[in-house]
Design a protein. Sequence first.
Length: 554
Amino acid sequence: NKSENENKLTGENQSKTHRDMTDSSSSNNGDTFYYSGFDDELKLNEQNAKRDYNRLIFYMEGKEPQYLRGNIYDVFNGLSWETSEQTKHRIDRKHNKFVINPELEKANEQYTFTMEASIAGNKAIFVPDGTAELQFPGNAIARDQYGALFSPANVSKRTFYSVKINGQNNKLNGRPIEPASSLNTPDNEELERYKQLPGELGSRFYTLSEEITQGGSNVMEKTVKIEDYLRKNYEYSLESVFSSQGKIPLEEFLFERPVGHCEYFATAMVALARAQDIPARLVTGFSVTKYNPVTGYYEARGLDAHAWAEIWVDQLGWVTFEATPPYALPTPSSAKNTSQSIEEYLKQRARDAQLSRPDSLATMLLNSAKQVFEQLNQLLDKSWSATKSGLLWTGDLLIAYGWLILMGLAALYTLIHYSRYYLLHYRARKTLEGAYDKSALEKSRISYDVIQQIFALHQYPRPAGWTIQQYQSYLIQNFPELSQEINQISQDLNIALYDDQANMDTHASDSLLQHAETIVKHKFVISRPAEKQLKLISALFQHFSSRRTATDNK
């Protein structure tokens, strides 16, 4: 079943151009990345040629980590994987986009990709499961029988493309899933091909499959048991190569040397499922799960070029299974802040470095940086825990003794309020007592400064720009009982500032200090605590009351 937009490309078949190690090394320079899992034939008994483990291949921007499909294999001969269906079908650009699967409604999540290296000998366009639309440079692309997408030419460095997926339907309990549709549902013949196994597999292989899946009542339960068995009982290694003569590498991996790279785990997963009459296939692509909180992008590096298994589940579609221990199905980050996100990223990078080059300087630096952020986050957690405990204790204290605390705070505020008047009056008196041995000019200035401070304390400050005479009149108007003292001090200061200071009588100026002392000792009305606030509230209340009365009258 094909879309109306697809036309068969006559003569366009996949050429089986598997590279040897010399070709791969020569193509693995400059801006080109090579991984044997992207060849038309994936050989198990050959050293994995993926060497640039730390090489940045592309950036991905989007909501969540993803597994991106590249090549899909269905035929296993015991030594290698191939694709039995070589025909590709053309998809033309329409309305500035490629419609990949029109049956996927509500494609509401967009992912963008920026290539930082080209993939040697591979034209695959790497996309997540559930891709509905594709924006890609060019007028046509191709899709093979298995749903994999291909560009007319190699996807080169700096290529930018984007996809839209249905973010709600491309997951099954966290597992990536290509939803079942008329475009990807296999017929009976295809289902049998997805159950094919090489005849050389011994009886112990089928016995192992029976033992592992014992107790599983359906396809999902059996395949989960297989996945769990492989993740727990086998070890991952990048350097594992089986060169045994006359043996299928898969059996050597399962029964003799339980160490292998991802192609062995994925092959074992598919083969053990097929032994239970479950349709399965091997997929290669990228496991894009490392989010860099500094750049805001997910990163795909050389070590992220990966192989995994897909199982066909009726009515659901092709479901992803991850049997390789260091890899994990894509899940949203659990980090709560930037520091934790950086720690999570460094942990992933340090793990990859430890797998690929454990003794390198880069690995040592990554481990050191990871430890620094681990310690920093532990410190932050402890600080937050202490702060939270303090806040909870304060809250409990307020609930239990809130009324008592409020009374204590009110008493403290009142004490500070009245003490302020006492302390300033006390300081003023001391200042005047120490001024008797000063000159006449200094006595005059000190007297005036003291009474300015006292009147300002009692809410009668001298406005900016006022002359001595203006302030004098203002004070006499509000304090007529102190008019003599105010007049004398103000007049003498004018004389001291503007008349002949040489003829001033030092002993006569003593009376100014005495007048100032009288003002300091005067019984002023001290404002009540929070009187300003109470007056403001009262004024607002009166304002709104008057407006309401006026409205009612209207």
